[in-house]
Design a binder for this molecule. Structure first.
Ligand code: ZN
Length: 237
C-alpha cells in the first residue's frame, strides 16, 4: 500500500519540479544568488550545495571565468590565445601578480581556470589554515613556475605536462605577516607540528579546487613543491 502511494506521488512531484524549473528559467521566480545555479559566480560566497556546479560552470567558460575573477577583485590582464609548439600554448589565459588576494613571488601566466582555482584556495582554505595552524596571515606565495612547453616530469618523450598549456602551477613555499617563511623542502616533515599541519591543510584545500594536487608524499620529484593543475585527470596525493 505504502509503495503504491509513493508511486502515485512520483509523477506529480516531477511535474511540480519541472514547472518550478520553467518558472525559474523564464525569470518569473527570482532566487537569491546563492540558490540560483545560473547566477554569476561569486568566489566570496561560502561553499554550499551548488558551489561545485557553479564553480565548474565558471571554470569551463572563458568569459564567465574572467567575469568571476573581476567580480572577486582579482587583478589580472587577459593574454591573447597562443600556440607555441606541438601540444603547447594556451587559451583563455591571464597574467596575474596574485593567487586570489595573495601576492605571488613573481607574476605568472596561467589559464583563467587556474587563476579561479587559486582564488578559491586562497579564499576558502589558505587563510583559515594560516590562522588555525600558525596564527598569522599568508603574505606571499613562492612558486617554481606555471607555463612551460614540456612533457610530464621533464621527460624527453611521453605526454605533455599540464604546464604546457598553462593549466598548472608549482608552489614551493609561503611567507607570513609575522615574518615566518615555510618551504615544502624544509617543512613538509618539520619537527614543528604546526608547520607540517599547515602544509597538509593547504594540500587538502587544493584538492577541493584543482583536478590534480601532488605533494611531496606523491614521489621524490615533488619533494620541493605542490603541483596543482586543472583540465586533465584527477588525483589528490
Ligand atoms: Zn608541476
Amino acid at each position: 500500500m505504502a509503495v503504491r502511494i509513493a508511486r502515485l506521488l512520483v509523477l506529480p512531484l516531477i511535474l511540480a519540479l519541472l514547472i518550478l524549473g520553467a518558472f525559474i528559467a523564464a525569470g518569473h521566480i527570482v532566487l537569491p544568488p546563492r540558490w540560483d545555479p545560473f547566477a554569476p559566480f561569486d568566489l566570496a560566497e561560502p561553499p554550499g550545495l551548488l558551489t561545485r556546479f557553479k564553480f565548474a560552470r565558471a571554470r569551463d567558460d572563458g568569459d564567465l571565468c574572467r567575469a568571476a575573477l573581476s567580480a572577486g577583485g582579482i587583478v589580472f590582464d587577459p593574454v591573447p590565445d597562443r600556440v607555441t609548439g606541438e601540444g603547447c600554448g594556451f587559451t583563455d589565459a591571464v597574467r596575474t601578480p596574485t593567487a586570489g588576494a595573495i601576492r605571488l613571488a613573481s607574476p605568472v601566466i596561467v589559464t583563467c581556470r587556474v587563476a579561479l582555482s587559486l582564488a578559491m584556495l586562497d579564499r576558502h582554505d589558505l587563510r583559515a589554515a594560516a590562522r588555525q595552524h600558525l596564527g598569522t596571515e599568508v603574505t606571499r606565495i613562492d612558486h617554481l613556475g606555471t607555463y612551460a612547453c614540456r612533457n610530464i616530469n621533464h621527460a624527453a618523450s611521453g605526454r605533455r605536462s599540464r604546464h604546457a598549456t598553462a593549466d598548472a602551477i608549482d608552489i614551493s613555499g609561503f611567507q607570513f605577516a609575522d615574518g615566518r617563511r615555510l618551504t615544502l623542502t624544509a617543512d613538509w616533515s618539520s619537527a614543528d607540528p604546526a608547520r607540517a599541519a599547515f602544509l597538509r591543510a593547504v594540500r587538502a584545500g587544493a584538492c577541493r579546487w584543482f583536478d590534480v594536487t601532488l605533494s611531496p608524499d606523491y614521489n621524490p620529484l615533488h619533494y620541493d613543491h605542490f603541483h596543482l593543475d586543472v583540465g586533465g585527470g584527477r588525483a589528490c596525493r
